[in-house]
Design a binder for this molecule. Structure first.
Ligand SMILES: Nc1ncnc2c1ncn2[C@@H]1O[C@H](COP(=O)(O)OP(=O)(O)OP(=O)(O)O)[C@@H](O)[C@H]1O
Ligand SMILES: [Mg+2]
Length: 285
């Protein structure tokens, strides 16, 4: 079943399969790998129910199988998280249809989709892996990779929600569940791939959004502001995407401002005074 799309994997996942996946998520702090006897007993599954469900989950890639002290044991994968998230977003009437993958980053996979009112949406599935675990653990969350991934999605949703509520140029967040965030789809391309007609105007829109985030969201700054995370369309509308790592840290704010100013300086020879921009973004001027 390697070639199945995520939507197809969701479609073959059964009620009992979901129970098992949710159980694996729920027990994540206690066990990263859960023995068959614990799964079966906790969920009251017969031998046959367990066998059928676990086989299907293995085939869709939702779980992996290992052995603990001679006993079969399961652990959930990123695909497993994606499946539970998608089903739950559908049940909550946030996501009606899922389409192609439109972006695959280091720590996420982004799909195109449709809401129940047929608006186009982007669905970002977070994937904080064991590789990034070490680096991030002190910074954000003192737990395992599933918890970190779930935290990341929630944080991105909340950050988008605050900036959007205050009219910043970010995609409207529509909901989140498990490791996925659903937001408005923006038909634009990353800043680094295009030559904008009025760069002063685009820069002003970016800085205005940084100011909104600072002033109205309790000192929040993006934390990874770069021409990769700014999308622009033909009418020069701007969207700053990718907010899970946003922090309330002055060094991060200065780095964000420095990154964006130096990009506009290099590419468009626009020079702005760093300190003045910092004061503006902090709401002092
Ligand atoms: N709301 C959106 N509308 C349209 N496209 C989007 C949206 N959100 C994300 N994308 C697409 O998905 C890509 C990855 O999104 P994002 O930057 O949020 O994730 P990421 O994990 O940081 O990826 P990367 O590591 O490449 O930066 C974007 O470059 C963009 O092409
Ligand atoms: Mg990004």
């Amino acid at each position: 079943m390697n070639s199945l799309t995520l939507a197809e994997r969701v479609a073959v996942t059964d009620k009992l399969d979901y129970l098992i996946l949710k159980f694996l998520i729920q027990k994540r702090e206690k066990y990263q790998v859960i023995p068959k006897s614990i799964i079966k007993n906790s969920l009251n599954l017969t031998e046959n129910e367990y066998a059928v469900s676990s086989l299907r989950l293995l085939k869709t890639g939702a779980v992996t199988k290992t052995r603990i002290r001679g006993e079969e044991a399961l652990s959930i994968t990123f695909t497993g998280l994606d499946i539970v998230a998608t089903k739950s977003l559908y049940t909550k009437k946030i996501l009606n249809r899922l389409g192609i993958v439109i972006g695959e980053g280091k720590e996420s996979k982004v799909h195109f989709g449709y809401s129940f009112s047929d608006d186009t949406v982007a669905v970002k599935y977070h994937r904080i892996g064991r590789r990034t675990y070490k680096r991030k653990i002190d910074e954000f969350y003192n737990g395992n990779w599933i918890s970190m991934t779930l935290e990341n999605a929630k944080r991105e949703y909340e950050n988008l929600e605050c900036v959007k509520r205050n009219m910043g140029n970010v995609p409207s967040p529509l909901g989140f569940s498990v490791n996925a965030v659903v937001m408005e789809y923006f038909e634009g391309i990353p800043l680094y791939r295009t030559e904008v007609q009025d760069p002063e105007n685009v820069l002003d829109k970016i800085l205005a959004t940084l100011r909104i985030s600072q002033v109205y969201c309790d000192g929040l700054t993006h934390g990874d502001l770069s021409p990769y995370n700014v999308l622009v369309d033909e009418s020069q509308n701007v969207m700053i995407i990718d907010w899970p790592q946003a922090t309330r840290d002055n060094e991060a704010l200065e780095a964000d401002v420095e990154n964006i100013l130096s990009y506009f300086d290099r590419k468009y020879s626009i020079s702005r005074d760093f300190e003045e921009v910092i004061d503006y973004v902090k709401g002092k001027t």
